[in-house]
Design a protein around this ligand. Sequence first.
Ligand code: NIG
Ligand code: FE
Length: 410
Amino acid sequence: MNKTLVINNISRLVTMEPGPNRESKLGVIADAAMRIEGEHIAWIGRQADLSASSNNDIIDAKRAVVLPGLVDCHTHIVHADFRQGEFNLRSQGKTYKEIAEQGGGIMSSVRSTRAALEEDLVASAKARLDEALSRGTTTLEIKTGYGLNFDAEMKMVRVIKELERTSPIKILGTFLGAHVVPAEYKDKRGEYVRLVVDKMLPAALASHAISACDVFVEEGAFTADEARSIAKKARELGLALHLHIDQFADGAGGMLAAELSALSADHLDHTSEESAGAMASKGVIGVLLPGASFFAGRGKYPNARMMREKGVKLAIATDYNPGTNPSLDLWFSATIAVTQMGMSCDEALLGITRHAALALGSADAGKIAKGLRADFIVLDAPDEYFPLYRYGVNFVKAVFVGGKLRRGTL
Ligand code: NIG
Ligand code: FE
């Protein structure tokens, strides 16, 4: 028989699946234990119901709280230079849009990322993954989109593939060649869209590092029609579709996401009730990026309460990137969602776990259940809500991925 690992003396095991003898929308089992066999969860339940076996390694959780590993379903962690100078400019009154129009913003990251060595991009992204892991993230999506020509986008794809191969974090790659039209295609944008559709997307798919496609739909980025032609190709290639929509203005992005049956529509700061209704009717997951709204949104936040009432399932991600949110702290994002967007603490915790997994089409992540991969985190906190309340402090004491301790101690 396989040697098993038992974690006992858990004060609250937060499964993220409500059920009989479980508390709250988060399906909490109080006074719990779990048994892990190999990489998977073999049993969870009340400690009193744990059957004895001599063949166990036993870890005493000392009344800690256990949650599933967090899921960050929208990031741009592969990039070269930071853009702290732009933060200074914004503090003096310049807008994100003005900075972009003057050659900064996304194009500034494109220039530095194009010039960077592949191994340097891998090394800096690895350090960021390490930071995410220490805060409890065990599944994370990464977008390309700072290359914006064939060679540089493929370089980003290879970096993502290397991260997938080496990181303890489960990585999902998304192709975002349609982030903005690069400066050299300013007067021939149709040609750039054709390059994305005919050459970049098929090559990105062939790398086996990419499972989805994303388009930034916004004034200054791509139009709805351009997004339609990119989405059509993505669908033909079997890629899932994410969209950046309604970040700086209501561009009816939710209607487009519904029309294209996107897996997720992200940002939503300016999304209307009508758009939210359309998203709900097509089951498009809404991904809120509170860190970006906080850091670059000039006080405007998505209306999570309205979207919930319309029936949109809501996830939360960091949107880590060097422009609009240089933070990988999902807990802080969740706190902002509670204080500024009208989400309950339960919804926010579902948003960074189970619902974020749904936004990636990875229904097995973001929850704790028998048979699932044993990706979970141990919190040195009185309950699961405490890290949202006592924001800014890292309460993650240990991180397990596939049943193995990958960060911290117990
Ligand atoms: O998600 N909205 C578009 N893209 C990023 C910003 C990228 C950048 O400024 O470098 C975002 O906010
Ligand atoms: Fe983004």
